[in-house]
Write a protein that binds this ligand. Structure first.
Ligand SMILES: Cc1ncc(C[n+]2csc(CCOP(=O)(O)OP(=O)(O)O)c2C)c(N)n1
Ligand SMILES: [Mg+2]
Length: 377
C-alpha cells in the first residue's frame, strides 16, 4: 500500500475517473417509477407484512429459535431502498433483515427456512434470523452486533474503489447505531477516501426501548454527516416512492465517489423483537403508529391514482398470505442440518489452527488407564 499521501491521492483520482467511464451507467436519479412498478412496491410491502406476521406466529410455536426482529412498520423503507439498488450493488444490514432479503430477491421460502434453521435456508440453516448471507444477490448479511456491519461495508466500498468497480455499497443501520464509535470512524474514512457508499439510518424512533431523543444529543441524525463534510438527507420512511427517489439520488452520488448519509423516518409497529411486549409505549403512541401504517397509507394513494381497487387489494393480500404460508410449509419440511456441518461455513477458506469441538465430542483425550494395581487385588 502506498504511504505517501500525494501518491494515494493521485491513485484515488484516477480510480474516480475510471468510475466515470462505467459501462452500465445507472438511470437518472429521480426517474419516476412506472405504474407497474408502483403496484409492485405495494405487492412487496404486503408480502413482507404477511411474511413477518407468519414468522412471529412460527416463533410463538417454537418453530424458530434464537432472536427474531421484524420489519413490521418499515415495509415502505425496505421496498423503496431495495428498488433503488442495482443487481451488482452490495448490501449490508443489521439483524432486522428478513424484509430486505425478500425485497433483494431471495425467495421467501429460503428466508423462512433460515428462520427455522433448516438446510434449505439462505445460510443453510446455520445463520438464523440475524445472520443471513447470500453472495448471489450480494446480500452481505445480517449482523447481530450493533454497528458491526458499518466498518465491513466501508471496507467493501474501499474494495470496489480499489478495483475501479462500478458498483456501490449500501449499509443499513438503526438510529441507535449512530452512537457507536465505528459509525463515526467509518463515515470519516469514507469521506476522506471518496468511497462509493450510501449509509442509511433506518430511524424507527427506538433503540430497543430508548427513544432517539433520549439517546442522541442531536436527534436529527442525518445532520451528523456535516461532521464529515458528507452530503445527507432525511426522507419520509413511510413513503416507498420518496424513499426510492432519495436512495437513487444518494446512490448516484456514491457512484461518483461521494459517500452519502440517508435517514429514513418510520416506526416500529411491534416490540424490538418478537418477545418484547413494548410496554414502554403509551396507548396513544401505539395508536399514532397504527394511523401512520405505511401499507394502508400507500393503498389509499394508489387507489386515488386509480391503480388499486378494493378487489385488487384483496387479491394481493390473498396472494401474500398464501406465499407466507407456502414459505412456512416449505421451511417445515426442509431437513435440519447435520451436526457434523456445524463449522463448515464459518470461514470461506481453511483457517490454520482452527480446532473446533462438535457437540458430544470429548473435551480432552481420554486419560490413560492406571497401570499400578492396588495391593491385594
Ligand atoms: C455492540 C452491541 N451493543 C448492544 C447490543 C444490544 N442491542 C441489540 S439491538 C439494540 C438496539 C439497536 O437499535 P437500532 O440501532 O435503532 O436498531 P433497531 O433495532 O431499531 O432496528 C441493542 C442495544 C448489541 N447487539 N450490540
Ligand atoms: Mg431503531
Amino acid at each position: 500500500m502506498p504511504t505517501n499521501s500525494a501518491t494515494t491521492r493521485s491513485t484515488r483520482a484516477s480510480r474516480s475517473a475510471s468510475r466515470k467511464t462505467r459501462k452500465n451507467p445507472p438511470g437518472p436519479a429521480g426517474a419516476t417509477p412506472s405504474a407497474e412498478r408502483l403496484l409492485d412496491f405495494y405487492r412487496q410491502m404486503v408480502l413482507i407484512r404477511r411474511f413477518e406476521e407468519r414468522a412471529a406466529r412460527a416463533y410463538t410455536e417454537a418453530k424458530i429459535g434464537g432472536y427474531c426482529h421484524l420489519n413490521l412498520g418499515e415495509e415502505a423503507t425496505v421496498v423503496g431502498l431495495m428498488a433503488a439498488l442495482e443487481e451488482t450493488d452490495y448490501l449490508f444490514t443489521n439483524y432486522r433483515e428478513h424484509g430486505y432479503a425478500i425485497a433483494r430477491g431471495i425467495a421467501p421460502e429460503r428466508v423462512m427456512a433460515e428462520l427455522y434453521g433448516r438446510t434449505d435456508g439462505v445460510s443453510r440453516g446455520w445463520g438464523g434470523s440475524m445472520h443471513m448471507f447470500d453472495i448471489g444477490t450480494r446480500f452481505m448479511g445480517g449482523y447481530g452486533i450493533v454497528g458491526g456491519q458499518v466498518p465491513l461495508a466501508t471496507g467493501a466500498a474501499l474494495a470496489i474503489d480499489y478495483r475501479g468497480g462500478t458498483e456501490a455499497a449500501m449499509c443499513l443501520m438503526g438510529d441507535g447505531t449512530t452512537n457507536i464509535g465505528a459509525f463515526h470512524e467509518s463515515l470519516n474514512i469514507a469521506a476522506l477516501w471518496d468511497l462509493p457508499i450510501v449509509y442509511v439510518i433506518v430511524n424507527n424512533g427506538l433503540g430497543m426501548g430508548t427513544t432517539v431523543e433520549q439517546s442522541s444529543a442531536e436527534p436529527a441524525l442525518y445532520k451528523r454527516a456535516a461532521a464529515y463534510r458528507m452530503a445527507s438527507a432525511r426522507v419520509d420512511g413511510n413513503d416507498p416512492v420518496a424513499v426510492h427517489e432519495a436512495a437513487r439520488a444518494a446512490l448516484a452520488e456514491a457512484r461518483r465517489g461521494k459517500p452519502y448519509l440517508l435517514e429514513t423516518v418510520s416506526g416500529r409497529l411491534k416490540g424490538h423483537s418478537v418477545v418484547d411486549p413494548a410496554k414502554y409505549r403509551s396507548k396513544e403512541e401505539a395508536q399514532a403508529l397504527k394511523a401512520a401504517d405505511p401499507i394502508a397509507r400507500y393503498a389509499v394513494r394508489l387507489s386515488e391514482e386509480g391503480l388499486l381497487t378494493d378487489a385488487l387489494i384483496a387479491e394481493i393480500d390473498t396472494e401474500a398470505t398464501a406465499a407466507a404460508r407456502a414459505a412456512a410449509e416449505f421451511a417445515d419440511t426442509s431437513p435440519h442440518p447435520e451436526v457434523s456441518t456445524l463449522f463448515d461455513y464459518t470461514y470461506a477458506t481453511p483457517v490454520a489452527n482452527d480446532a473446533r469441538q462438535l457437540p458430544g465430542d470429548a473435551l480432552f483425550p481420554a486419560a490413560p488407564r492406571p497401570t499400578v494395581q492396588h495391593p491385594g487385588v
